[in-house]
Write a protein that binds this ligand. Sequence first.
Ligand SMILES: Cc1cc2nc3c(=O)[nH]c(=O)nc-3n(C[C@H](O)[C@H](O)[C@H](O)COP(=O)(O)O)c2cc1C
Ligand SMILES: CCCCCCC(=O)C(=O)O
Length: 365
Amino acid sequence: MSGKLVCVDDYEKYAASVLPKNTLEFYKGGAGEETTLIDNKRAFLRYKLRPRFLRDVSKRDLSTAVLEEKISFPVGISPVAMQKLASPEGEQASVRAAESVNTIFILSTAANSSIEEVAKAAPKCIKWFQLYIFKDRSVTKNLIQRAEKAGFKAIVVTIDTPVFGLRRANMRNQLISSKDPPYKNFDDQGMNTIDDKAGGLAAYVNKLFDDSLKWEDIAWLKTITTLPIILKGVMTAEDAILSVHAKVDGILVSNHGARQLDGTFATIDVLEEIVKAVDNKIEVYLDGGIRDGTDVFKALALGAKMVFMGRPALWGLVHDGEEGVKKVLNIVKHELDTALALCGCCDIGDIRRDMVAKQCCQSKL
Ligand SMILES: Cc1cc2nc3c(=O)[nH]c(=O)nc-3n(C[C@H](O)[C@H](O)[C@H](O)COP(=O)(O)O)c2cc1C
Ligand SMILES: CCCCCCC(=O)C(=O)O
């Protein structure tokens, strides 16, 4: 590709031009017909900004605090498995990028870099650990203890994966083998074997992850860690209220980047009902389809405390490792700063609900 890359879409196009087919399909794809995958992005177009002027926006500040930790702007990196397929340093490059712009990095259980390697790569970064709960609870317990010891600041429990989503591209191409590069967080547990002939990744995940999880298990988790717990995958007001009752510290509104259940609402479309249901009792974050600073602004106006991006960080990583992730984060930061100024805001606290309106009945969207 020629020319300067100036937005997330440019980085995605670059990644699509260089990645092997199977890897691209794994990173890019969603579940089923991919209607939710399209809608996660497209839904943002239905929310329109209402700019305000003549409000002196000469001094602007994008910083905010999340779980009492200060970050330089409200956009972090979602947990994404297998980042060494994007670049040799994988998660270690991504976490360094997050550290350099002072935002939150969430490490996936299914990473190609271990908890300890990531901690060492970016000791000052605010790191959260994403937890998949294994049928073998000793594996789960061990992961939490390692994350605590390595200085991670929160456990993000993914609740939307009792079974693996039906990702048709991955099913057709038999997906990539996970042995190379390996899953570094549980390779010592004798589980780093994937039998491509026996259903590939989906069958492997279904064998390992606990599909009997229920709210009582969240209570159990609270007995084995003192770290804050965030539930990732909440998509309804009902589950948001149960999350408050479960006394977790935050929820991440997410449909797993549309990789689990096709046909759900876009995350931005359920955010407001969830924010209302939670009634300021715990923090609410969002991921899914954020590609631009105006998307961030819209999510904050609808009540998210911060947002996270999954694929955009991967596209930066494919381009030039740590530098690429940093560039993607800084592009979105600059876009958010511009949106802030043009909506008449000086800081994140100035963003108001009435700065965004939902456009109804637009048949083409
Ligand atoms: C390639 C890929 C791998 C992912 N791996 C995980 C994972 O290991 N754990 C998890 O909770 N979510 C995982 N997710 C979901 C992301 O955390 C996040 O919810 C999603 O990517 C957000 O949507 P976006 O990509 O549109 O920003 C993955 C997403 C992608 C694209
Ligand atoms: C044990 C391997 C699990 C990989 C799961 C990654 C994931 O969540 C995804 O969406 O893909």
